[in-house]
Design a protein around this ligand. Structure first.
Ligand SMILES: [Zn+2]
Length: 97
């Protein structure tokens, strides 16, 4: 009696030896993939060496503020949506005048 448990099936993928911490990361930042990350990838890290920070690069869509957005614009998204067309017209008018 050696006490070995059943071997896993031959076709089961196994992490390389010494690498046993699986973390879903955002491959574009290397941080832990968050809810809004456009890409995510399961990566294997040595114990304790995986990322500990959740991705701060990608947030909810309202984080994608226009360059001219006011800091409080998230509170009035609908107003901004109404104004956006006018502001773009105005900006384009400035460029193409
Ligand atoms: Zn991300």
């Amino acid at each position: 009696m050696q006490g070995w448990k059943e071997k896993p099936p031959e076709d089961a993928w196994q992490a390389p030896a010494g690498v046993d911490e699986a973390v879903m990361i955002d491959p574009t930042t290397g941080w832990i993939a968050g809810e809004w990350c456009p890409a995510r990838k399961l990566e294997y890290f040595k114990p304790g060496l995986g990322p500990r920070t959740e991705c701060m690069e990608h947030g909810p869509p309202y984080d994608q503020q226009p360059e001219w957005g006011e800091p409080d614009w998230a509170d009035k998204v609908e107003d901004e949506a109404d104004n956006l067309g006018k502001r773009i017209e105005k900006a384009l008018g400035r460029i193409f005048r």
